[in-house]
Design a protein around this ligand. Structure first.
Ligand code: NAP
Length: 216
């Protein structure tokens, strides 16, 4: 299904643009959705492939795959604006992180460690198949990843085994060697908890193009 499936992306930031360009380059029709689609016009005009921009509801209803690439604290609100019914039965890739910058850098998590934004999204979209993915790295290397110190698998989690197979096919298309499935959607607590550490490491390295992944 994922080979040239239409992909709607909620978001207008670096993640949405990077994944949108990458998937369009692999032949997927892509639509990026924003509360203010005009801001995406230059991205649309400069991106090769079948790309479109629109409102959040247009992105959520565009195809069988929806990517959530919205600011963590605005994610549930973005889903509501898009319309919960539009997500029914769909594969939802959740790239979001529940980062709390209210006390400055480095961020903490606004979910604590007894739930996660991934679980909140799945709870809010019970008829969707949510897979957490791409959240433990910077947008710079999400497509055609090249790391000096190896070629790590993509960490994912979610409740639906078939959805996770579909995500594996999708990330392979983008140049990844495969996935490391770390469990049901409750594992998002720990995938998301890696991100404040990822930020601290980036601040120390002076670059945010690294990824947190296992090596053996
Ligand atoms: N940047 C990275 O390298 C990276 C890597 C991994 C994961 N992530 C995670 O991926 C997500 C996207 O990151 P990003 O850096 O691309 O963008 P971002 O700046 O974190 O978020 C921008 C998007 O959030 C939407 N948004 C913000 N508040 C909203 C609200 N109240 N209601 C609806 N939409 C709202 C904006 O919508 P409008 O267009 O309508 O303004 C915009 O599309 C975040 O959760 C981030 O933590 C980021």
């Amino acid at each position: 299904m994922t080979e040239t499936a239409k992909v709607g992306i909620l978001g207008s930031g670096d993640v949405a643009r990077t994944l949108g360009s990458g998937l369009a380059g692999r032949g997927h029709p892509v639509l990026l959705g924003s509360r203010d689609p005009a801001k995406l016009e230059s991205w649309r005009a400069s991106t090769k492939g079948s790309v479109a921009v629109g409102r959040l509801a247009e992105a959520a209803s565009f195809g069988p795959i929806v990517i959530l690439a919205t600011h963590g604290a605005g994610t549930i609100s973005a889903i509501d604006l898009a319309g919960v019914a539009h997500f029914s039965g769909k594969l939802v890739l959740d790239v979001t992180n529940p980062l709390d910058f209210s006390r400055g850098m480095p961020p903490t998590l606004f979910v604590g460690t007894t739930t996660s934004l991934g679980e909140m999204v799945q709870h809010h979209l019970p008829a969707a198949r949510v897979v957490k993915c791409f959240n433990t790295m910077g947008h710079q290397r999400m497509v055609d990843p090249a790391f000096a110190e190896g070629h790590p698998p993509m960490l994912i989690c979610g409740n639906d085994p078939h959805a996770k197979h579909e995500v594996e096919a999708l990330v392979r298309e983008l140049g990844w060697p495969g996935v490391l499935d770390v469990g049901d959607i409750d594992a998002a607590r720990w995938m998301e908890a890696l991100v404040p550490l990822w930020v601290r490491i980036g601040a120390r390295l002076g670059t945010f193009d690294h990824m947190l992944a296992p090596i053996r």
